[in-house]
Write a protein that binds this ligand. Structure first.
Ligand code: HEC
Length: 235
């Protein structure tokens, strides 16, 4: 009877904590990478969701207030990450979420006038994400690094070329091979003390339609670039 009760309680705790492995210890580098990728996707989805109104120049002030943006971010995070953004979690994950919250507020505050003014492709998800990750990378002081890149034959902005955004030779070599293949499954590799992950994206209808305006022909369902996350070993 006692045993039965325990088997009910343990999974409940696991769910409440909100991360899958290493429940009893600190999250692994792989757990952290997964968290950074999920948080990046959730934040990007907020801006992607506003694209129609940004392009039409019809966003209201209320829709770009920090409270609305943060609420939308939390909704997407729950969908993507499977747990609540403000649920209890390991301190390292909490710190990453806090950094993303800060980054989101910083970037939206900075670009709110551009979002409100709007116009065709005035503020695209990829531009927002690059700004967001730039802030996150700077604030995490080398412990984490996240970038988004694409193979050279399918780049809209050459500043996102792998050689431009990845300084480390070994990381670059690993990522370039996967990009050239158009690998659509997530991959990871330990390089020295760093854990490097490759999180591929797929082209959806809105991606294809918008990229075509920049002269890029991509098929729906095809490989659409990748988020690369580097997590240093804990000090
Ligand atoms: C409203 C237009 C728009 C939509 C929607 C959009 N993109 Fe883009 N995307 C762009 C533009 C413009 C750039 C170049 C941004 C810049 O200045 O860096 C870009 C850049 C990128 C990049 C960085 C590499 C590069 O080519 O510069 C990736 C990867 C990317 N998009 C993937 C996607 C995926 C995947 C989707 C859909 C889930 C998507 N995009 C949706 C317009 C869009």
């Amino acid at each position: 009877m006692f045993k039965q009760a325990r088997s009910v309680i343990v999974p409940a705790i696991v769910v409440a904590l909100g991360w899958s492995s290493s429940v009893l210890g600190a999250p692994s580098q792989a757990d952290i990478s997964k968290e950074i990728n999920a948080t990046t996707s959730a934040a990007t989805a907020v801006v992607a969701g506003l694209q129609g109104k940004i392009n039409g120049g019809s966003l209201s002030q209320a829709e770009v207030e920090v409270t609305s943006i943060r609420a939308a971010f939390r909704d997407h995070f729950k969908k993507i990450g499977g747990s609540g953004f403000d649920d209890p979690a390991d301190p390292q994950l909490v710190e990453i979420r806090k950094l993303f919250d800060e980054a989101l507020t910083h970037v939206i505050d900075k670009f709110r006038p551009d979002m409100l003014k709007g116009g065709q492709d005035a503020f695209v998800p990829a531009f927002f994400r690059a700004q967001l990750l730039d802030y996150f990378n700077r604030k995490s002081e080398g412990r984490y690094q996240a970038i988004v890149t694409m193979r050279s034959t399918e780049l809209i902005n050459r500043d996102s070329a792998p050689e431009k955004v990845i300084a480390d030779k070994a990381v670059l070599e690993f990522v370039k091979g996967l990009l050239e293949k158009g690998e659509v499954e997530p991959q990871s590799k330990a390089i020295g003390t760093r854990f490097v992950s490759y999180w591929p994206m797929k082209i959806g209808e809105p991606c294809a339609v918008c990229h075509q305006r920049s002269g890029l022909e991509q098929k729906v369902g095809a490989f659409g670039g990748a988020t690369v996350v580097v997590v240093e070993a804990p000090r």
